[in-house]
Design a protein around this ligand. Structure first.
Ligand SMILES: Cc1ncc(COP(=O)(O)O)c(C=O)c1O
Length: 406
């Protein structure tokens, strides 16, 4: 078992021994949900058992210090103190808490990109309809990813009320230049909200370097935590500016007089009263585990597996790799002539290989520009093996050969 404090080293056998799921499937869907290490599962189960024995509120009281340590571990993973971490139900919940904290006025500009996550894009459009704000999207660079020069010009021209960026989109291997966007925002003192749902646990994240005011993430993807929990980082800058979510509740604030409430001084302001403490402890253990593995080596190994997957799949007849950008990560997307992504995903699943799909409605702008209806998504992690990638490539080659001969 890898323990926090161990020297970061890639001991693949150990990593796989720590991961019960490795015995049951070839899991190439870490962008959906990563396989939990046994220690994460144990942290969740242990707390649920305690709740059953002594009562839910009593169990949380007993585990107060461990819960505090979970916040600290999540903070350490992204270079932030525990006081800047809010636990939320999922990445979208954290993202919308942050969106709601801006004092939007009709005509305000929300500046974003053509590759921001689908739910975020839907929320921008909903806010435009209800609040009269304007959604502006920076152009993509011809090589893929947001055009930083255009982004800089738009920040200068519009002085947006918020810049929102998805670090790694759900539907391709693109890594946006999030730190460069952070520098543009800081230079103009524009609040910056980063969706790091696919990047936390996949690559090193440092909120100081990114210069973001908010960062939202989930536990379940590359971080390998349980489903149904996530977190929002809130910077001191945002807290000191008095930003608070629109629907702040009794956890985020104290009701101190008939018509007066007092927001919490720290990121707890962005939390809701009720959440699953078993999952909080599981997410904390996932953060500790990720740090013990070492994020640099985790990223290097997963992205090397992904790059090999791209190279080998692109040699198969009818396969087009759809990832664009100068910096690509451990998400591989392909389209295949004569096959829908759903058919491919189902056939691979029958052979014990987990992948997933993105359909057009997950990324209308990106897929329309690429001229495809969607893509098969293959997302390895550091615990996957070369043999598993070989198995995927052979399985796809066989499927394609069977369709061309029939
Ligand atoms: C880039 C990105 N942002 C946000 C989300 C939403 O995360 P959640 O389902 O935890 O709200 C996802 C989920 O796939 C994602 O890929």
């Amino acid at each position: 078992m890898i323990h926090s404090g161990d020297q970061p080293a890639m001991d693949l056998n150990q990593l796989r021994a720590d991961t019960p799921g490795c015995e049951h499937c070839i899991h190439l869907n870490n962008a959906g949900a990563g396989l939990m290490p046994a220690s994460v599962l144990a942290a969740v189960q242990d707390h649920l058992e305690l709740e059953a024995r002594v009562g839910g509120y009593e169990a949380a009281d007993q585990r107060e210090s461990e819960i505090g340590q979970a916040y600290a571990a999540i903070g350490q993973l992204i270079g932030a103190p525990a006081r800047n971490i809010a636990v939320v139900e999922n990445a979208t919940a954290g993202f919308s808490q942050a969106l709601s904290s801006i004092q939007w006025k009709p005509g305000d500009v929300l500046l974003t990109t053509r590759n921001d996550y689908v739910s975020n894009q839907i929320q921008y459009l909903s806010m435009a309809a209800r609040l009269g704000i304007e959604v502006v999207r920076a152009n993509d660079h011809p090589d893929g990813g947001v055009d930083l020069i255009h982004m800089g010009e738009l920040i200068h021209r519009f002085r947006p009320a918020l810049v929102a960026l998805t670090h790694v989109p759900t539907n391709s291997g693109l890594v946006q230049q999030a730190a460069a966007v952070g520098r543009l925002c800081r230079a103009r003192n524009v609040p910056y909200l980063l969706d790091a749902c696919q990047s936390v646990g996949q690559m090193p994240i440092d909120v100081e370097e990114l210069q973001c005011d908010f960062l939202s993430a989930t536990a379940r993807k590359f971080l390998r935590g349980p489903r149904g929990i996530g977190f929002l980082y809130v910077s001191d800058r945002a807290l000191d500016a008095g930003l608070e979510p629109l629907f702040i509740d009794m956890r985020g604030a104290d009701w101190i007089d008939d018509d007066l409430y007092q927001p919490s001084p720290d990121a707890r302001r962005f939390e809701n009263w009720e959440f699953a403490y078993a999952l909080v402890l599981g997410m904390g253990e996932a953060a500790r585990y990720a740090q013990a593995v070492g994020m640099e080596s985790a990223m290097d190994r997963a992205s090397a597996l992904a790059q090999r997957t791209r190279t080998e799949l692109s040699e198969l007849p009818g396969v087009t790799v759809q990832d664009r950008g100068s910096d690509l990560c451990a998400i591989v997307t392909i389209s295949v002539e004569g096959w829908t992504p759903a058919e491919l995903c189902a056939r691979l699943g029958e052979g014990g290989i987990n992948t997933s799909i993105s359909t057009r409605t997950y990324a209308v702008l990106d897929f329309d520009q690429k001229g495809v209806e969607g893509a098969l998504r293959i997302s390895p992690h550091y615990y996957n093996t070369d043999e598993e990638i070989d198995a995927l490539v052979s399985a796809l080659a066989e499927l394609l050969a069977s369709s061309s001969s029939s």
